[in-house]
Unconditional design. Sequence first.
Length: 658
Amino acid sequence: MRSLIASISLIGALIGCDGSARTEMAASESSLQPPSPLNANAQSPEFSEPPDWTLDAIWYQIFVERFYNGDTSNDPRLEDIQGSYPGIAPTSWHITPWTQDWYQLDDYAQGNDLGKDFYGNEINSFNQKSAWRRYGGDLAGVRQKLDYIQALGVTAIYFNPLNDAPSLHKYDAASWHHIDRNFGPNPTADVAMMDEEDPLDSDNWIWTSADRDFIELVAEFHQRDIRVIMDFSWNHTGINFWAWQDVLLHQSHSEFADWYWVKQFDNPETDVSEFEYRGWLGVHSLPEIRETEYADHSERTYAFEGNIFSEAAKAHIFAVASRWLDPDGDGDPSDGVDGFRLDVAAELPLGFWREFRAHVRSINPEAYLIGEVWWEKFPHELLDPKPYLQGDLFDAHMNYRWYRIARQLIASAPDELAISAAVSRLEDIKQGISTRQLMSFMNMSASHDSPRLSTSLYNDNLYKFDASPAPDRDYKVERPNDVAFNDVRLLITHQFSYIGAPQIWAGDEMGMWGADDPHTRKPLIWPEFEFDPEVAHPFGEERPHDEVRFDESLHRYYQQLAALRNQRVELRRGELEHVLIDGSARTWGYRRWIPGQLGDSYVVFNLAGYSQEIELPLSVASWQYQSLLSDIELEHREQSIVFHLPPRSSLIISSDGP
């Protein structure tokens, strides 16, 4: 892999060690071990354990509609978006130019005479109007950026939903077993094929051009030693979903009537509709799949037993999983995806997840299942993931708990956190969870459901609370300042050197900014494009005029961190101990090492606003260390290393032994 070799060579130059000496060191004795190639000597994990490859992962999250438009011939048409929020789009609707100022309203969305949304509210806000936007991102665009993705150094892709669906986010599935029509090369033909298919007959499902394009793309990722997982929500469908459409038409007589939480069917003898159903969090466009037990999560989310009520619905879900895990059904899953990210996982019963895990692992013993286990009670209490990590449900969860602590420590958001308190909290969230699971966690820095990393660190609001201008008119939407982007570097240095697999929300490495949804979902700022400056404000207020351009320096730093993590096994799989905790000086450091192997790494932070001389105690005084990613000079003493750290900076030093 040319780009990976180049990245490792870059780190070798930064380390400044003798390359020949490193080459001669046996792999079993050295910390310098890149991840194994895809399927190289792979051994099936125990049923209860995460797959081995996940411990080495660097995740890159792709939201296809906003990633890159590689084929304008498949761009969404007006009819393709009908059935999505906020409602019927104006007849003058069109694709939004990729480089348009984010807060500039599209011409079809000007004014306030645009009808009402699904809930009877006038469509007059930016958030409502921006939900109509489509930019035309597609699988062809992902394919055209494969070299970029590989050169970044990531080893695993987390795709946001790819379901055929009318929305921009695709959580409102019209079909789980087909890729979105506008992500593939021939939407018109794909729609005709899907219309002729019996969606309940999984033995005879057809493969659309978009389906085939995706499977080919998975193969191309695998050829580059990059894993792929898909995002599904079995908790709900969209209103265009084929089974839901049958329920709407036939009401209680539909064979799918027991698939959904229908409170009351329509009485055909009356002039009004009595039809009433549950939508996820009350969202009308996301009717909920029915479980054997109803759990009310309106006030607090909790783990609960039970299963999917309809055996047919569950069988359909399992068939969908089988389709993407082993597309040709030959018993060899190497042509399929490598697992699933499971949306709102805590809102489905544990019994279902046990059966789902057994089904998935029966097809691919190396498949990865990661659950979105997030809030217990918003916005203060994050849900304890341990009930979901007993080896019978998920391999890992999305580690938002780590990020909330790291954000407060590094950016003092919402207020300053003592280093000792941060370390205590970081240790607390590890309790009761196996080391292997901790290493397979996806350490989230930002996502489609949260502000961009730079914007999150720039604002001092409570984590995830009022994190956009709609609820908080004072929320800062402009380009974050240099202090915030320096905090980005501090945080990702910690993220890439800590226990757990680092995750990049595509675009953060480019220097993008944006508040919570929808603003975190801007189209990516590829360097070949010339973007309009951001000058508009969602409320028409004054704001700084910001140039929008690719941040080469930040991107290069992400590459260097990824290459370093890929090269040094202790940063991926090593033990961790905190070796420096100085609250008054705001300095913090930890060591990563693997017992029985030569070499280790230390990561040190100066979070104070002034330069400091730091003396770092060493575990093995005779080893020689090199400063990585910087030219900071090290003074080796008998039992320690001394160096000067500039204000608000970090240092990684590593040794391969004596």
